[in-house]
Design a protein around this ligand. Structure first.
Ligand code: ACO
Length: 206
């Protein structure tokens, strides 16, 4: 698994991973807004994808792969590039066939009306495809994003919201990354679920 900066060419795959994993879905332009405004703080986790034309075996696929992928794969004469361009889970950066298995989308808080003028970051969304979970990927993505926020934009702390029922994410933020719960925001989500608002101070030793 490789962690690298997210690029505009990754956005479709990121949006695809988001649609699979979270009820909070965003329009393409919202992802684009993040990358254009703060190009240094959003990351993707990738794995290299190999097409083995000789030993075709459907069992190699995990549950993140749709019937569309399998049908495409079966079409043996398809060129490698066509494969990656046609499939929203794959990108073809620097001629490497990569599958995006997770992402973190970050932004800097830019509300001119905000009380606190201290530069601070916001984690808009983080997600890892189901079969790649519990391997430390979200932990790595989060640390990269937080480090980059401090390095690139002098962020002093980072802020996020998480559903009260989201055990995995709450463990990640509270236990693994030492976020503190600031408050509960009642009916924060569209379906009226409460959110924990969480914060972590960014202090990095040189
Ligand atoms: N239950 C309890 N603890 C869990 C779970 C779980 N289901 N999943 C992971 N953890 C723990 C791990 O054990 C690890 O703990 P440790 O540091 O004590 O060993 C810690 O959380 C971090 O684990 P990672 O392997 O880094 O996390 P992973 O890559 O599996 O991703 C994530 C976690 C992003 C929450 C994933 O489950 C996911 O994509 N869920 C769906 C999307 C989602 O809920 N995103 C967060 C929404 S909130 C927001 O975006 C701001």
């Amino acid at each position: 698994i490789n962690i690298r900066l997210a690029q505009i060419s990754d956005l479709q795959s990121m949006q695809n991973a988001n649609l699979h994993n979270l009820p909070e879905n965003y329009q393409y332009k919202y992802y684009l807004y993040h990358l254009l405004s703060w190009p240094h703080i959003s990351f993707v986790a990738t794995t290299t994808y190999l097409i083995d034309y000789e030993n075709e075996n459907e069992n190699d696929y995990d549950d993140d792969v749709s019937q569309f992928d399998i049908d495409t794969y079966k079409y043996k004469n398809l060129k490698l590039n066509q494969f990656s361009h046609n499939n929203p889970s794959y990108s073809n950066n620097n001629n490497k066939n990569e599958k995006i298995v997770g992402y973190v989308l970050g932004k800097m808080e830019d509300d001119a009306e905000a009380e606190d003028k201290t530069p601070h970051g916001h984690i808009t969304s983080v997600s890892v495809l189901r079969t790649y979970r519990r391997m430390g990927i979200a932990d790595k993505l989060m640390r990269q994003a937080m480090f980059a926020m401090a390095e690139s934009y002098d962020a002093k702390y980072v802020f996020l919201h998480v559903r009260k029922s989201n055990r995995a994410a709450i463990h990640l933020y509270k236990n693994t990354l030492s976020f503190e719960v600031l408050k509960i925001e009642k009916s924060y989500y569209a379906d009226k679920e409460d959110a924990f608002a969480m914060r972590k101070d960014l202090v990095f030793n040189d």
